[in-house]
Write a protein that binds this ligand. Structure first.
Ligand code: NAP
Length: 313
């Protein structure tokens, strides 16, 4: 007979792992479903320095591993599988995964978001041959080389700063005349002697042979184009929420596809919660994802109590 969980969490990033810990500690029979290694976007962070209480910067992988071990220690189960659909029947959620069906009274979507592509000629063809979306993964291959960073948000600034430790030949382009990033991160880039920032500039084409050789850049104001030599192109232009498996449900999404929740992380479908980068939120950080996860677990426990007529409000 299959197990009926109280709280099934899809996604083992900061939101999912925090929810797993809070869920298990609230005595919910909790399972985390993840198709890859736990950690989500945190795995891409080399030096995490803005999490409260972290005096010495910590690697994102190490933090994720600690969060996973903590959730497991409190009794959360972990299940490997890729989720294809979710539906609610007779008050229970049925989650179809590559490893079988998981049944649960409540569900938390914590699947995060995946990197957006520029969609310019050459980008797809050179992925793994100089085009990358992860500086900590691929930066070390280009030590001392000429690298282009595309983007103007927190991620682009953080990653450019990381790459500047590997090479003093970093060019960063942003399509506007100032950064979208938090002031401190932008300022760090602007004062970094290894990074040359060019605003009002976009990449039009990535060229090469067996690997990236050059990028065609365009000034958005003068429309002047120039082809410049680069060994690598790192692209950080935002992300796309991972909600494909919700197709066919009527769960409310915003105009860009993020799940709409209230402050209790409740979606439009009772019993289904969303936390972290996959939901509509003004600030996407590890700390906000972890806080979302804690709130979602608390509200999932309340929801189950309500269904059983045992709510203490
Ligand atoms: P983001 O904040 O959405 O920024 C994306 C940047 O890419 C924007 O500057 C945007 O330009 C640009 N862009 C988007 N599409 C483009 C295109 N087709 N061509 C050229 N440029 C394009 O995304 P993010 O930097 O990945 O950050 C995502 C979330 O994670 C944010 O909430 C961020 O705060 C958080 N985060 C935080 C940290 C940190 O605190 N250390 C680190 C990483 C990420 P426009 O400005 O013109 O729209």
């Amino acid at each position: 007979m299959s197990i009926l969980y109280d709280f099934a969490i899809i996604g083992a990033g900061a939101a999912g792992l925090s929810a797993a810990q809070y869920g298990a500690r609230a005595n919910l029979k909790t399972v985390v479903i993840e198709e890859m290694a736990p950690g989500g976007q945190a795995l891409l962070i080399d030096n995490l320095e803005n999490y409260p209480g972290i005096l010495e910067p910590i690697n994102g992988y190490d933090l994720a591993e600690r969060m996973r071990a903590q959730a497991e220690r409190f009794g959360s189960a972990f299940f490997d599988g890729s989720v294809s659909s979710v539906k609610k029947e007779a008050g229970r959620f049925l989650i179809e995964t590559s490893g079988g069906t998981v049944e649960s009274l409540t569900i938390l979507i914590a699947t995060g978001a995946k990197h957006r592509m520029l969609e310019i000629p050459g980008e797809e063809a050179y992925i793994g041959k100089g085009v990358s979306y992860c500086a900590t993964c691929d930066g070390p291959f280009f030590k001392g080389k000429r690298m282009l960073v595309v983007g103007g948000g927190d991620a682009a600034c953080d990653e450019a700063t990381y790459l500047s430790k590997l090479s003093d030949k970093i060019v960063m382009i942003h399509r506007r005349d100032r950064f979208r990033a938090q002031k401190a991160l932008g300022q760090r880039v602007l004062t970094n002697p290894s990074i040359e920032v060019r605003f009002n500039t976009v990449a039009k084409e990535i060229k090469g042979d067996s690997k990236v050789r050059s990028v065609l850049l365009e000034n958005t104001q003068t429309h002047e184009q120039i082809e410049e030599f680069f060994d690598a192109v790192f692209i950080f232009i935002g992300s796309i929420p991972q909600t494909q498996f919700l197709q066919g449900t009527d769960i409310k999404l915003d105009e860009t596809g993020y799940i709409v929740t209230d402050c209790g992380m409740r979606s439009s479908l009772p019993g289904l919660f969303a936390a972290g980068d996959v939901r509509t939120t003004p600030f996407r950080q590890i700390i906000t994802a972890a806080a979302d996860g804690a709130i979602a677990a608390h509200e999932a426990a309340n929801y189950i109590d309500e269904q059983r007529g045992q709510a203490y409000r």
